[in-house]
Design a protein. Sequence first.
Length: 571
Amino acid sequence: MKVSVVVPTHNRSGMVARAIVSLTEQTLAPMEIIVVDNGSTDDTAAVLHDLRSRFRRLRHIREPELGVSIARNRGAGEASGQLVAFLDDDAVAGPHWLEALADAAASSPGAAGFAGPIGLRWTRQAPRWVRGLEGWYGHFDLGSTRTKIDYPLYPFASNVAFRREAFLSVGGFPSELGPRGVQRIGCEEDGLFRRVAARGWDVIYEPEARVYHWVHPERLSRRYLLRRGVTQGTSKVLVDALFAGSRTRSERLRRSVGAAGDAVGAGRLALRRGSDGTAMHALVAASENLGSAIGDARQAAVLRRQPRRDPPGAPGPIGLSIEQHDQFARDGFVRIPGAFDEAVAMEDRMWAFLARRGVLRDDPATWPIGEARHLQKLLDDPVFMPIGGPVTTAVADDLLGVGRWGRPNHWGEFLVTFPYPERRWMVPPLWHTDADYVDPLEPLRGLMVFSFLNDVAPRGGATLVVAGSHRLVARFASNRPGIAEEASAASGKAFYRSHPWLQSLLGSDDDPRSYDHLFAEADIDGLPARVVELTAQAGDVVVAHPLLAHTVSPNCGAQPRFMRITRLRVR
């Protein structure tokens, strides 16, 4: 298995050199080491230039926009390996790290992510009060047995690896999360593994894939750890805002008051414990709760300042036609032509934004391979608000009920893929649904809304869906005892094993002709199903049932694919 390693770095030239050297001593050599220089102002460039003369597999990429998530995503987008492993610049990898990760990936073909233990290397003797708080410094260990990691437990980003297609398809690390230079934002791993868990994909812990993380001397102080706790609390609220954005201002205020009360309670506990060695645990808990209180108060203030987004004027369209309702019930999706205006202006805005980062509309040589995650910075840009205009709103009202769904703060994350040079078209095996298998077929609890910002042609990166699979999933769930207590990954595996045609979706073959049978209608024990590419024109919207099975597909066309997706939820 070909493995690429991505190492983001910012002003740590000495440490990143040690990380790189550890990668050159692996029992399984990486096909490339991609160091993403994230706006360094020290001698990082000179150090990397020297190392490149010694290690020919080393690549140096400059990413001026600060953010460790942005840097990691940039590296993954540039990677060529089937597996992309991430190592922090202040960590070193054990000699069997990549070999163990590759073995776990080969042994678990249905898993998307892999992780290993992280040990700590102290730059000076650790104080006694650190005992039991090592996790705050990056320590992670689930024992000596290979096992599955089920969210909400998740590993740290200094020792994770992903199948490249899976990582890019979920959007990588949320760019809003993670440290940005001196700005200490956390929880980028939480955001990423939420996305992975939502698709029902497995994450495997491999005990032999060991990494060691240096603990900087300035972090061995109570002041640092208490500030770290506050940052963690505010970051958790930011994760909640990104993934549960329909919370009202009053809900935010109630959560803020509750967290403040918890902080006071933890502070009192610390005073009672005095010097018994565990007071610091309570103080860290108090600081984290304080951060949560601050974060929710900030989010409540943001909601107060937001203008009303409902379109003014007279009522618009009435929703779906009878024929469109029938198609949605049968296939699980329906395309709404010309659902919003200003698609040309939206595409122009995206190209203008990318041009400032050297990605030029008329020069394909500047286009990145795969995704351009920088565009997530434009989530709240007002030029994209027409996506949620009268037509899209009327369709959502028709399917979910007027006033029953939470209007999003923006119309979803960007789904952007640039053409893959010399890449054969294929059907990736990363099929998933956006809802739990136990969700009801009816009444609808939500919708996926795909909005097309430019024309998407066949084999041009269009999302693939299994038409009719929402009914297959619902039937499977109703006939599977105990599914409510079952992990979503286990349900997914069992679903695709339940019929040979569904099993064939998980095959991998570089010959496009081997997929022809998937696009012809098949009978799945009395229910029809077929694979469909969601091609459309700029300004179109596709609304889909959350139980609909879908997957990313490679962009083998001549133009980038510019889309957005939002997931509406019933209140």
